[in-house]
Design a protein around this ligand. Structure first.
Ligand code: CTP
Ligand code: MG
Length: 223
């Protein structure tokens, strides 16, 4: 049984607005995708990275032999499907689906998702409490929607980890437009459990996220 991973990195990073795809942005001298692959490699035997088709060479260079690079698709869901195909999985393998944008997720969290799947779950995802007060979107009159009980909600991180047969089935039969892999699997009736996430599993999205990424990278590099 192999522990395999798809690291999704084929997005452009429009909200970050850098002049290269987000996963190639350097943090403490290393591309974001290289940070992600290094951490996933602590857990997984085989890693496929999905990259923007126009930048394959730069991604191959960035991952420095630690992962196979394939072209991603138009949407994250397309990219994951392409990555899963490239992994050539056996049904009883375990596969992590992880965003390069969450490059600093703690490997202990990744291991916890794997343990949950080994214990019998079809899938496992890290979740964290919501820190903001939440309300419904305001109407045309500008009046706030109803308050939402944030204690009842969790924010979902990656890796989203599955028995390989489940991930393959979810991406083969799932509907277009699901925002994550767990939603696809759950639509088909699979049992996906939660493990505690980590604050370092945040998604690098906007320029204001970079100082935190740099601070974490510096801490990881410190002797
Ligand atoms: N991703 C992908 N293929 C796509 C779109 C996204 O592999 N067609 C990946 C991104 O590279 C990222 C992860 O999915 O690692 C989560 O997406 P997001 O953080 O939204 O990244 P981008 O789509 O690149 O950013 P933005 O939405 O700001 O353009
Ligand atoms: Mg996006």
């Amino acid at each position: 049984m192999t522990i395999a991973a798809v690291v999704t990195a084929a997005g452009s990073g429009s909200r970050l607005g850098a002049d290269v795809p987000k996963a190639l942005v350097h943090i403490e001298g290393r591309a974001l995708v290289a940070w992600a692959v290094a951490r996933v490699r602590e857990i997984a035997d085989a890693v496929v990275v999905t990259a923007p088709p126009a930048h394959l060479g730069a991604f191959v260079e960035a991952v420095d032999g630690l992962a196979t690079v394939v072209a991603g698709g138009q949407t994250r869901q397309d990219s994951v499907a392409l990555g899963l195909t490239a992994l050539d999985l056996a049904d009883d393998d375990i596969v992590l689906i992880h965003d390069a944008a969450r490059a600093f997720q703690d490997p202990a969290i990744m291991a916890a998702t794997i343990a949950a799947v080994r214990e019998g779950a079809d899938g496992a995802v890290p979740v964290v409490p919501v820190v903001d007060t939440l309300v419904g979107a305001p109407g045309r009159d500008g009046v706030l929607g109803d308050a939402v009980n944030r204690e009842a909600l969790r924010a979902v991180q990656t890796p989203q980890t599955f028995r390989a047969a489940v991930a393959l089935d979810a991406h083969r039969r799932g509907t277009a437009g699901a925002t994550d892999d767990a939603s696809l699997a759950r639509e088909l009736g699979y049992r996906v459990v939660a493990v505690d996430g980590h604050e370092w599993g945040f998604k690098v999205t906007r320029a204001s996220d970079l100082p935190l990424a740099i601070a974490i990278a510096a801490q990881l590099e410190a002797p």
